[in-house]
Design a protein around this ligand. Sequence first.
Ligand code: PLP
Length: 401
Amino acid sequence: MDIISDRLKQIQPSQTLVISAKAREMKAKGRDIISLSAGEPDFGTPENISQAGIRAIQTGQTKYTDVGGTLQVRQAIANRLNTDYGLDYTADEVAVSSGGKQVIFNAMMASINPEDEVIIPTPCWVSYPDIVTLAGGKPVMVVCDEKTTGFKLQPQQLREAITEKTKWLIINSPCNPTGVTYSKEELRALCDVLLEFPNIWILTDDIYAKLTYDGFVASTIVQVEPKLKERTVTMNGVSKAYSMTGWRIGYAAAPVEFIKAMMKLQGQSTTNACSISQAATIEAVSGPQDFIQDMTSTYQKRRDIVLEQLNATPGLSCIKPEGAFYLFPSIHDCIGKTSKSGVKIVDSESFVTALLEEEGVAAVHGAAFMMEGYFRISYATSTELLKEACTRIKQFCMNLQ
Ligand code: PLP
């Protein structure tokens, strides 16, 4: 009998983790590799936040907490949501998990019955479809192409994708992998459609909400349409905004009955998120926020440098996104060509594989994000390395024949 379940066989390993592991392996063998594949800030966790974690250890905050987190961290998060968006969640309507990823996992596992449909605009973060599939649901991918939609779900597309079986819409703004961010007006238009379908829940993944540029301020669904609060899970976390990927803290704000359902599941899986990380999160969301401004102005400068270089590279073109730390250039003009070592570029995977082998730059193929003809690079790395990576990418493309 096969030990691996049929359920697990339906899903893929996270492609971003696979490529990052391959780049690390090549590096370990002595290859000069620049990794632009991981979705991880290169800044350290701010000192005041780290110190709060150390204090938590020293004062014995090293025991189980409530499954959904301490009252203090839940209240601090509720306050943050109030300051940032004017939302009025109570501490009971907030729960903390081990990363935003677990929040999404909890939400899907707690709600999906076989064949329930989840609308996912693509390109999308690699994990959404697999989490939905694991939960027994059916991911319904709605293609939001660059030319006609600017990579953003249009109200008409949403309307057309809805069926009797639709349980959720997942919306991610700023978006991984494109960096595009929905304006208040664009969210308003989606909310208007959602108001017509009272059975559909919304999961808004706001993990990159603080990383926006050119003065753009990200909005969230419940802020735009308070009537949707009763069926929205607002998901966020500290990984990206506070450079805390390893601390593993994400959170949900949602109706109390749904929070209870997610915590019933979490109580039978991981129990509470790390108590030390919870204490550090209180400092992250309640302490000084100026670190974020410093970080985003650095990201913005890097975005502009890389964007200029990519758009000056033969065969590539890239839109200017307002958020996150990714660029998603088109490789349409490279398809069908052959690289210097004789690899035929037939799709985004052959492009990134040849780029890694020949020039030592690790990036992720668009197909991993459900969009062929593109690749994703993360500019959360030093400006110096980014410039070198751009030179190599240019070299690679210039060698294509
Ligand atoms: N959502 C998106 C769009 C992401 O890109 C990520 C991480 O890459 C996450 C959620 C999960 O982040 P974490 O589990 O570190 O909070």
